[in-house]
Design a binder for this molecule. Structure first.
Ligand code: HEC
Length: 145
């Protein structure tokens, strides 16, 4: 049997150490990429809602879609307070802005039943356009961040 001399052990370590270092570097660069992806989706940057948009939301939407709203379902699905207080992640904000665009294009909000009772809460054409422009602009900004 050949006994390993200390010189042989030394040579092995000389090869092994750089090899382990190389693997570690490769591994770390991968985890860094993954981490950056993760951070990108979990980052929170509350947005500021412009005054004119806020005025429309206050008057026509917040009654059902704010922290103070009574309805459970409407508040759960859309809460405009969460856009500005940091409760929605950036990803969630983008997704909610997309939902806003969708329901406005279909004239789905405020709900028809509600409008039968309170016709003055219907969005005017200008108001709808204002909200649509805001949702689209804000979404583009957030996607670039
Ligand atoms: C009378 C209460 C009421 C008012 C006023 C109201 N909503 Fe809603 N909204 C609801 C309810 C209830 C739902 C849930 C509908 C469902 O899922 O069946 C909803 C759902 C939504 C959704 C869909 C959310 C999702 O994740 O699918 C959006 C977007 C929305 N509302 C935006 C608005 C906007 C914008 C306004 C103002 C122009 C508004 N709503 C006014 C009650 C209201």
């Amino acid at each position: 049997m050949i006994k390993k001399t200390s010189a042989m052990k030394n040579r092995n370590t000389k090869i092994l150490v750089p090899f382990i270092l190389l693997i570690t570097v490769i591994f770390l660069s991968f985890t860094k990429v993954l981490n950056e992806d993760y951070i990108a989706t979990s980052v929170i940057s509350p947005i500021e809602i412009p005054e004119d948009v806020k005025a429309v939301l206050d008057n026509k939407c917040m009654g059902c879609h704010s922290n103070d709203a009574k309805g459970g379902k409407s508040k759960m699905k859309m809460n405009f307070d969460k856009f500005t207080n940091g409760d929605y992640s950036t990803g969630k904000t983008i997704s909610k802005l997309g939902k806003i665009t969708k329901i406005l294009n279909k004239n789905k909000m405020p709900p028809k039943k509600f409008l039968d009772k309170y016709p003055d809460k219907k969005l005017t054409e200008e108001e709808s356009k204002l909200l649509l422009n805001w949702a689209s602009k804000e979404s583009t900004i957030l996607k670039k961040e």
